[in-house]
Ligand binder design. Structure first.
Ligand code: GLN
Length: 466
């Protein structure tokens, strides 16, 4: 029996290379897990009917000596990343029947390596949320405790990997949507430097913040996925080639003042214990003062909805999406958008329209951009002294369904994740143990621009210790 809950990508690749297992075996084992668990957990919105066909092709590649570490590995894809000829709904009724007409850049890269796309997985509508409760297709449940959320918005991606339905996954992270669900499900999730991974073929939420990134059980697995999807793409004008960073050291900055408010006591305790473990492994720990960090959340919740309101304006029942008939064009827009979008999406469109409107633009949007620059500069200055900034990934462990009904309470979940998106920096969430009731803890490391690959080395030091 293949234990897909334990098996890593590295191990699977090795076994397939040696002929001890085929991709068909592996994909069958994942499909079996999906069969057993998907009804309860609601992870996959669609399991691709040709998954085994893809696996057969991958086995051919391996047999012909053309295999790489990713050949034949089953990955789950967030429902906002385009694969030609397949549905991609972004967790929304608005795009329920939308079929992609081209491959996202990251999909092209993975296809070239013979990855098996096993299906598309659930998410908060248009990637807005921290719990996957905002999906139009019902919430996803956390595989560790199904009375709790898996985090969001990429809850489906995290749950797929944690439950062994796939060996890795792609998600998108605009303000924490890879790192926070990775934290809640006890796996690794990483957001790359802005531009390092092309956004071509990703349904846009907030274009100056969005990045695609990997989920996996270990950092080394996540690194294998990231290395494949990196690279400059002419279809994304913000795309960059990662410049090689000089050897990154082992100095960690801890913004203590920022950790005081609203963080669960057990999360803080685990954070301190993790710091001690890192110290014992030769890391130098230093308290740092970052006074602008506390503005990250308000800045995010102005810039993000502003961009959401413009990006989603194309979904009007005429150019794209669900269409309701009406008496006039305006009536068509109004009815289609009212029916197609869920409550959270509408809330953010209204908020975004407000902060961009005449009279408020200077008071909110422009101020937020000034602070965005100040936060970015603050990180630049800190990185003259330390190599990483470390915080918990989220202020809580996985919470129960309905616990954060107040949107502001939900937004507070993003307190430690949004600043990396605001400053465009690479950031990783790494598991750091379990609470007394068996829920995963995680810590987050944010590094200098382009230092993406160095973030994957920390986990090895930590894992030996847990
Ligand atoms: N939880 C954040 C939000 O609701 C982040 C979402 C994301 O990264 N896509 O906006």
């Amino acid at each position: 029996m293949i234990d897909t809950k334990k098996l890593t990508i590295e191990e699977a690749a090795e076994m397939m290379k040696k002929g001890e297992m085929t991709s068909v075996d592996l994909v069958s084992a994942c499909l079996q897990k999906i069969e057993e668990k998907n009804k309860e957990l609601n992870v996959f919105l669609e399991v691709f009917s040709d998954a085994l066909e893809q696996a057969k092709k991958a086995d051919e590649m391996i047999k012909n000596g053309k295999g790489t570490k990713l050949t034949g590995i089953p990955l789950a894809i967030k429902d906002n990343i385009l694969i030609t000829g397949r549905k991609v709904s972004s967790g929304s009724k608005m795009l329920e029947n939308y079929v992609a007409t081209y491959d996202a850049f990251v999909i092209k890269k993975l296809k070239a390596e013979g990855v098996v796309f096993i299906g598309r997985v659930n998410m908060d509508e248009f990637a807005m949320g921290s719990s996957t409760e905002n999906s139009a297709y019902g919430p996803t449940r956390n595989p560790i405790d199904s009375s709790r959320v898996p985090g969001g918005s990429s809850g489906g991606s995290a749950a797929a990997v944690a439950s062994g339905m796939a060996l890795g996954a792609l998600g998108s992270d605009t303000g924490g949507s890879i790192r926070q669900p990775a934290s809640f499900c006890g796996i690794v999730g990483m957001k790359p430097t802005y531009g390092a991974v092309s956004r071509s073929g990703l349904t846009a939420m907030s274009s100056s913040l969005d990045q695609i990134g990997p989920f996996a059980k270990t950092s080394q697995d996540a690194k294998i996925i990231l290395e494949c999807i990196l690279g400059k793409d002419k279809m994304d004008s913000t795309s960059i080639e990662l410049s090689p960073t000089p050897g990154v050291g082992k100095k960690i900055g801890v913004p203590r003042d920022f950790l005081k408010e609203g963080v669960d006591a057990e999360v803080l305790q685990n954070f301190e214990e993790t710091l001690t473990k890192l110290k014992n492994k030769g890391y130098e720990i230093k308290d740092v003062v970052m006074p602008y960090l506390k503005y990250s959340l308000p800045v995010y919740y102005i810039i993000m909805p502003a961009e959401v309101s413009t990006n989603l304006s194309r979904l009007d029942g005429v150019r794209y999406g669900l269409r309701e008939d009406g008496n006039s064009v305006f009536d068509v827009f109004k009815k289609s958008r009212s029916k197609g979008f869920g409550a959270e999406t509408r809330r953010r469109i209204i908020l975004g329209t407000y902060v961009l409107s005449h009279g408020y633009y200077d008071a909110y949007y422009n101020q937020a951009w000034k602070l965005r620059r100040a936060i970015t500069k603050e990180y630049e200055d800190i990185f003259k002294d330390v190599d990483f900034v470390m915080t918990p990934t989220a202020p809580t462990t996985a919470f129960k369904f309905g616990d954060k009904k107040d949107p502001l309470q939900m937004y507070l979940e993003d307190i430690f994740t949004v600043s990396a998106n605001i400053a465009g920096l690479p950031s990783i969430s790494i598991p750091s143990g379990f609470s007394s009731n068996g829920l995963p803890f995680a810590v987050e490391f944010t590094g200098r621009t382009s230092s993406d690959l160095s973030l994957f080395d920390i986990e090895k030091d930590l894992r030996d210790n847990i």
